[in-house]
Design a protein around this ligand. Structure first.
Ligand SMILES: [Mn+2]
Length: 337
């Protein structure tokens, strides 16, 4: 059957506009003005995932804010350059890596410009809300970098040494050197593959050096420590901030508790948060030391961890993951109060 010109024109226009960003066949995508970015308060997985995505799919890697000392260590170790800091995302097509919450989105990103999300977090809370179809690849793996390593392999994209090394650093960071309960077999599998490409024979040693590099926080202000690895959430209509400091030398921070509490109080007020929590996460002895600001927060802590609390800090043995342990407990407590 021969199509009338009108029908043919409609079909052409439909087929040329109906595809979302194509994560399976990158050649189908226009990468003009495409940038990749992760969440605010970027961590190593967010930084490196943007770099991996730009290498695999085209476009430019960016970060929405300055990178943290751990990421600096990893990029330095890998001889890789940090992505540029983008202060204005208007006029770009944007691919998101390592998050899906609007509370963690750079404020200049128009949600209508988001074309893809590659992530490993729950969609609960306040996910992005887009008028158009967005390509999504969300898997319950230990890091977004692991998902991107898998995509690179399936798409036959070779990773250069420095990116393989940085990818390995991102997996080690998010899984706390495979100690976190979020670690999957995929993370081990791709960590080994990336290490082989990067020529790194001792993965554990790289991981330990990274943990040591991020542990010394003595030169940083309490406010910097609070917001360095920090995420905003919306749980049950409440604005909730959760900051984390992962450190091998937790006592160093516990000794600065009064300082941290003062910084938390100021941060909670300035950002008009309903709740604010901070965990001094002891990566050596695998426990979280939780701090909160006021009685409202304390009520949530008691409900979340179902425990009698004495003093102004709650130590939770075996708890190291905001994503898997601290966040979900706080979310369900707030939603049930
Ligand atoms: Mn991540």
């Amino acid at each position: 059957m021969k199509l009338s010109p009108l029908v043919a024109a409609i079909l052409v226009s439909v087929s040329s506009t109906s595809y979302a960003f194509d994560l399976q066949q990158p050649a189908n995508n226009s990468t003009d003005n495409l940038v990749w970015t992760g969440h605010l308060s970027p961590d190593t997985d967010t930084v490196v995932s943007a770099m991996l995505a730009a290498h695999i799919y085209g476009g430019t890697a960016t970060v929405p804010e300055k990178i943290n000392p751990e990421s600096e260590f990893v990029l330095n170790y890998c001889n890789a350059e940090a992505p540029r800091i983008e202060s204005n995302y208007a006029d770009f097509q944007v691919g998101l890596v390592d998050f899906n919450q609007v509370t963690q989105l750079a404020p200049t990103i128009d949600q209508g410009s988001i074309v893809a999300v590659i992530d490993h977090h729950a969609i609960g809370g306040s996910p992005i809300n887009t008028p158009q179809l967005v390509a999504m690849d969300i898997r319950g793996w230990g890091s977004a970098a692991t998902i991107l390593a898998d995509n690179a392999e399936k798409l036959d994209v070779t990773l250069p040494k420095h990116l393989a090394c940085a990818g390995l650093g991102a997996i080690l960071s998010d899984t706390v050197v495979f100690q976190s309960s979020t670690t999957t077999d995929y993370d081990h599998h791709y960590a080994e593959k990336l290490a082989a490409i990067a020529g790194i024979s001792d993965i554990e040693d790289f991981g330990q050096q990274m943990l040591i590099a991020k542990s010394d926080l003595s030169h940083l202000s309490a406010d910097t420590i609070l917001t360095m690895d920090y995420k905003n959430f919306e749980y049950g209509g409440k604005k909730v901030g959760i900051g984390v400091a992962e450190t091998l030398t937790a006592q160093q921070l516990i000794d600065r508790k009064e300082d941290l509490l003062a910084a938390m109080k100021a941060h909670k007020q300035a950002n008009e948060l309903d709740h604010l929590f901070f965990s001094i996460t002891d990566t050596k002895d695998k426990k979280a030391n939780l701090l909160w600001v006021d009685n409202n927060d304390f009520t949530v802590i008691k409900a979340a961890f179902n425990t009698d609390v004495e003093g102004d800090m709650l130590t939770l043995e075996g708890v190291t993951s905001r994503k898997r342990q601290i966040g979900p407990a706080i979310q369900s407590a707030i939603e049930s109060l």
